[in-house]
Design a protein around this ligand. Sequence first.
Ligand code: GLV
Ligand code: MG
Length: 325
Amino acid sequence: MTSPADTPAKPLRPRRSCLAVPGSNPRFLEKAQGLPADQVFLDLEDACAPLAKPDARHTIVKFLNEGDWTGKTRVVRVNDWTTHWTYRDVITVVEGAGANLDCIMLPKVQDAQQVQALDMLLTQIEKTVGLDVGRIGIEAQIENARGLVEVDGIAAASPRLETIIFGPADFMASINMKSLVVGEQPPGYPADAYHYILMRILMAARANDLQAIDGPYLQIKNIDGYREVAGRAAALGFDGKWVLHPGQVDASNEIFSPSQEDYDHAELILDAYEYYTSAEGGAKGSAMLGDEMIDEASRKMALVVAGKGRAAGLRRTSRFEPPQS
Ligand code: GLV
Ligand code: MG
């Protein structure tokens, strides 16, 4: 495992929409470059048939090196460590295109050691081919009961980690959930069957300064269904969700950005709090903004919303005016 001292500070990348692209399909790899997704992940795992995997590794290298992925976080999903494909996936892709790659996504992570094994392999490749050691991040997918039980250790396993991702399809199979519709509530249970899982992942991610990402929604024509499921994760605090189809990209970008009203409000809180805590504003620890009391905790909440709004390119439509004395 790389020591934190070897590792550059982690950039906070927007990941409202994370577009899945089958690594074996040049047509999709071409088209993905023109879509407004925050992240693309080129898939060598479940969207890539076993017989197609060896060629897909090279196709991905070519597209990473020659494609135009400006503005997008570039990720490759390799196969999980229980297969015999993982090491070749990582070596071929990172040796061939490591300079044009931001993260490796590791699916079906079951414990911290699996993340550390990937970290060590990446370090060896980086040293061998002369890449910055520790620059390539890791995204860990939680897709089965074992992974969820171990998620705290997984989220703390490597300084390379950037996200913890919920993989609902594999997860539903792993726990025998009585539904075939990924992300939808199973009939017969009167509450939210995903609440515990999402919160467990969110807590582990936040405790380790990582982003929490929700996985796919497979009914790609049902945008209302997508919005509902994505809205659930966004309301809890998740940072983004996978998109499988161009039609889901705008919905995801919108749902995981603050509304204009919330963004303006957050910026007002930040300005007002700065004013009231200053000597000019009376050096107060808490103050009133209209009918609302604000204090240090309000500032922290506002920082999150303002940060997401700025990252989404929102512009302020109002300004804080200090009261006339
Ligand atoms: C994604 O990989 C999932 O299993 O949902
Ligand atoms: Mg999966």
